[in-house]
Design a protein around this ligand. Sequence first.
Ligand code: HEM
Ligand code: HEM
Length: 240
Amino acid sequence: MALGVKALPFTFVAHALAIAGAIMVLVWCIDFRGGFAWEASNKNLIFNVSLSLSLYWLHPVLMLIGLIIIGGEAIISYKALTLTKQVKKLIHLVLHAIALALGIIGIYTAFKYHNESSIANLYSFHSWLGILIISLYGIQWIYGFVIFFYPGGSTELRSESLPWHVFFGLFVYVLAVANAAIGFLEKLTFLESNGLAKYGSEALLVNFTAVVTVFYGAFVILSVLSLPPVDPEDYSYSEI
Ligand code: HEM
Ligand code: HEM
């Protein structure tokens, strides 16, 4: 399915939303929640605003900026850049590798924080979906690398695989965006049940970060469904 319109304007909106989302999650975790640390001395105070440093806050930042934003930029790179297909393929696979690595570290921080604070692991829908997403993302990356990059499949296998690659890529990406929104909601609900004001500035910031995340995902999908810029090395015949 193609929308028959140029993707470039959608990719500009996506970049703007990516910058907004990244700033919002950083303001939340650094300004409202005191920042990050790999080691935090008092894990029981981890939700206390007065605690200056916390391991937990790396999780939302790495998941949003890593998996969602850099992963989204990897997907739209085919539509946002006027470079040759080969160069775009390299950018696509490197950005996805960075997204995957940051996603794995982000999930590790959630486990590390849970273990060090004696909180149970994998008790929520968010966490189960998270494991599914990171596993599918890893499989998608390996399959993409082997078939489209090195050693590369036959021409027939590549063209048969491509629609499936696009479908599974979008599927796992949509799941990730939905899971990030669930994560924001879950964390905010924990904070509100510990006394955070429901209409306060922090609650509004977190809710709107989730809104921006969902709109960013929508513009990534719109770009995929729209037309790419012309490949500068594509000299094939066109009717113009
Ligand atoms: C696609 C992005 C995300 C993935 C794949 C993901 C994955 C995970 C996983 C696997 C856990 C389980 C850790 C454990 O059991 O020890 C977890 C925990 C958690 N995550 Fe995320 N996460 C994502 C985004 C977010 C975001 C943006 C937030 C916002 C604050 C968030 C909030 C939480 C919370 C509160 C927990 C602890 C409660 C629970 O285990 O459900 N997550 N996440
Ligand atoms: C988890 C990692 C990955 C995800 C989520 C993913 C997702 C996607 C998506 C959604 C598209 C459609 C883009 C569009 O048409 O605008 C796409 C295209 C493509 N991807 Fe991936 N991809 C991943 C990894 C890889 C890797 C490692 C390679 C290896 C080179 C690769 C090669 C390609 C190719 C060749 C296209 C076709 C571009 C075209 O000619 O239309 N992908 N990918």
